[in-house]
Every structure is written in C-alpha cells, then in structure tokens.
Ligand binder design. Structure first.
Ligand code: HEM
Length: 397
C-alpha cells in the first residue's frame, strides 16, 4: 500500500485542531460508547432469561422489568455516545472510514435499518412484557439478535478500516471490480471478546443495583443479597471468559506479549478480585470504566501503529486551527454538557433513592441545576445562531 494514496485521501482543508486531541477524545468517547453497548446487550440478554423465570420466581418478576428498562435507556445512550467517536474517526482517519463506507456501502445502509428495527422491537418487547403477552420472549430474542448483528456490522467496519493493504483485493477480487458494497470480513475473536464484556457489565450492574437500593425505605434485604451474589457470579465468570477470548485474539494478531495486552490481562484479574472482594461495588464499576479506557486505548494503539507503519501518521495531518469552532465546542462541552448531565444524573439518583416518587420543586440543588440548564441552553442557542449567521454572512456577502 502506498502512503501517498492514503495521504491524498485526507481532507485538503486539514484538521481544525491538534490531532492528538481528537485521538484522546476518540479513546474517551469510544469507551463510553462501549460501556452502554455492553450494558444494553447484557441487560437485554439477562432480561430474556428473566422472562422465562418471572412467572414462577418473585425475584425475577421484580428484576426483569428493571433490566428491560436499563437496556432500553442504554441503547439510546450507546447511539448518542456512538456519534462522538464516529466524528473523531472521520476527522483523523477519514481515508479509512470513507473507503470502508464505500466497500461495505450496502452493509452501512443495512446497519441503519437493523438498528431501527432492532430498537423499535425492543420497545415492543418492553410493552409486551408489561402486558404479559405470550409473544414477549420471541420479540425480545429477535430484538437482541438484531442489536447483536448491528454490533457485528460496526465490528466489520472497524476491522476492515485498519487493513488498507487488502482494500484493492476487496475492491477488485481477481481483477474484477465488485461494486456490490457487500465486503464483509469479520475477525471472530475480536468481536466475541468485545461482546463478551456484556456479561461482566450486567453482573456489575446487578451489584450496583443491590447497593443502590440497600438504603431505600422499602428495601428487601434478602432479595438484595440474592441479587448481589448473583451479580458477583455473573461478573467474575464473565471477566474470566472475556480474558480468555482476549488472549486468543491477541495471540491471533501477534500481540499477546505486548505491554498493553499484559496490562489488559492484569487489569482483568484485578477486576475479578474486586468484584468478589470489594463491598462497595461502585468502586468496581469505576475500575471497569478505566478498564474500558485501556481497551479503547489498545484499539487505537493497534490502528495508529498499523497506519503509521504504512506511512500515514495522524500527527502529520495538515493543521488549520479554527479557534471559533474549537471555543464553541469547549464552551458547549463544559457549560451545557457538564451541567446538563449533572442535572439528569442528580434527578435520576434522587428519584431512585425516594422509592420512585420525588418532588423536584422542593429540592434546592435540583431546582438550581434545572434553572441553570434552562439559562445556559437559552444563551447557548442565541450564541450559536448569532455566531453561525455572523460567520455565514461574513464569508458570503
Ligand atoms: C446496537 C448497536 C451497536 C452495537 C452493538 C455496537 C457495538 C460496537 C462494537 C462491538 C464496536 C467495536 C468493534 C471493533 O472494534 O471490533 C463498535 C465500534 C464503534 N461503534 Fe458501535 N455499536 C452499535 C451502534 C453504534 C452506533 C449507532 C454508532 C454511531 C452513531 C456507533 C459508533 C461506533 C464507532 C464510531 C465505533 C468505532 C469505529 C472505529 O473505530 O473504526 N455504534 N460498536
């Protein structure tokens, strides 16, 4: 593969800020995307088991709707949080991303419909379970399989994008051009490793769920202990399975003895230990997030090295700093993003702690946060449009 071609495919306008910043943001936001991918698949998967058990078992009758709700919210979060790494990839690795969107173009379209139908069916599953419909399980299984398939498609886009030496062969196998847009080359163990992380994710969720409800008024201690122990079993065995799959994948790509791989394995064992031994499961969940950041870093480390060895170095991307868009981004991130997320998280926490009923108008902190979000959002809209129109007219008139 000739690096000149890759470099020619870059955006001639250059990047609006230092590439290392986009790289860091990519690692951070992909880890967050992954967190909700794993939580949604894990809780949806476990809820399917719950739908079988809930008729005869009180624990599952209580837990299943909560798992369903958690998965439902997580899918929307994984979609929102998926957009961010997508944008950062497009900024610094645009030759890779757009080539794959051409080679697997039809799969890209199929991805959108898979997600659309899969998520819509999730809502159907949710309401069918509420009503106790007999079709619940089947609808849930189809939704689960569709979301798994959406993940498989995301996976093939990711792995094909880092194999530029094969692009020509995929584009014209045996010299005959293939314009079907159906290039599909998965890396089985990489995919299985990522998906397997859904198991410990839901295990840790159950531990958090139990710790969270422990201090509420109507807490049923026996039930909560049962859930926590169950969560511990799922999380620890899930981590072990993920580590085995990671080892196989890293052996396959010749990275088993790499520093990063050793770090992931050691971290995995640390998580098994904390899952079993630590009383405060929130700490284990924070460690899990750090673990995902390390894994996200590993993905980027693989991609950076592959591309750098081919002569494509993101740090040499032409730079065209645009202070206006950078300051708008940072201001939005800090003002609207931070205050907005704190507001939503605080209110959700307080509703949960008050057994599902919470009068927000009587809470000082929530009221202050709500008013701040309103003011910030209103000012943000004015600044955004005023600034946008100023730039538009400055350039076009
Ligand atoms: C249920 C739906 C989804 C699932 C299960 C899923 C799962 C995954 C998985 C497993 C990966 C890692 C693949 C690998 O490295 O081998 C991934 C990567 C990624 N996903 Fe998702 N995803 C979903 C939806 C989305 C959506 C809707 C977006 C964007 C709006 C998105 C954006 C991304 C991006 C940008 C990457 C990284 C691509 C790269 O590095 O080249 N995903 N996803």
């Amino acid at each position: 593969m000739n690096a000149d071609i890759l470099n020619l495919l870059r955006d001639p306008a250059g990047v609006p800020f230092y590439p290392v910043v986009f790289q860091g943001l990519y690692i951070l936001t992909w880890a967050l995307h992954a967190l909700f991918v794993f939580l949604s698949l894990g809780s949806l998967g476990l809820s399917l088991y719950g739908t079988y058990k809930q008729k005869s078992d009180e624990t599952w009758k209580f837990l299943t709707p909560h798992l369903l709700q958690t998965g439902k919210v997580s899918v929307s979060l994984l979609i929102v949080l998926g957009v961010a790494p997508l944008l950062f990839t497009q900024v610094i690795y645009d030759p890779n991303w757009y080539t794959i969107n051409t080679l697997s173009g039809l799969w890209v379209v199929i991805f959108i419909y898979t997600l659309l139908i899969g998520y819509s069916m999730y809502y159907w599953y949710y309401y069918a379970n509420k009503k106790g419909a007999t079709s619940t399980k089947l609808i849930g299984i189809i939704s689960f399989l569709l979301l798994l398939f959406a993940g498989l498609l995301m996976h093939i886009f990711s792995v094909q994008a880092i194999q530029p030496e094969k692009w020509l062969e995929w584009y014209a196998p045996n010299g005959i051009i293939d314009t079907s847009g159906l290039t599909f080359n998965p890396e089985t163990f990489r995919y299985l490793f990522f998906i397997s992380l859904s198991i410990p994710a839901v295990g840790l969720f159950l531990q958090n769920y139990s710790d969270f409800l422990e201090n509420t008024k109507n807490a049923n201690k026996k039930f909560l202990i049962k859930i926590k122990n169950f969560g511990t079993k799922i999380a620890s065995s899930g981590f072990l399975l993920s580590l085995i799959l990671f080892l196989i994948w890293s052996l396959e790509i010749g990275k088993a003895t790499d520093f990063f791989s050793s770090l992931i394995i050691l971290f995995g064992f640390l998580l098994i230990f904390t899952t079993i031994k630590l009383k405060n499961s929130y700490l284990t969940s924070i460690l899990f997030l750090v673990f995902l950041l390390v894994i996200s870093g590993f993905r980027e480390y693989l991609r950076f090295n592959i591309m750098n060895n081919l002569g494509y170095n993101i740090y040499e991307y032409p730079l065209n700093i645009e202070w206006s868009s950078i300051s708008m981004f940072i201001l939005t991130f800090i003002s609207l993003g931070a205050v907005g997320v704190t507001f939503i998280a605080t209110i959700a926490w307080k509703v949960g702690k008050n057994d599902g009923y919470f009068d927000a108008s009587k809470d000082k902190v929530v009221t202050l946060l709500a008013n701040s979000v309103l003011w910030i959002l209103s000012s943000w809209c004015i600044v955004y449009f005023a600034w946008g129109f100023y730039i538009l007219f400055k350039n076009s008139l």
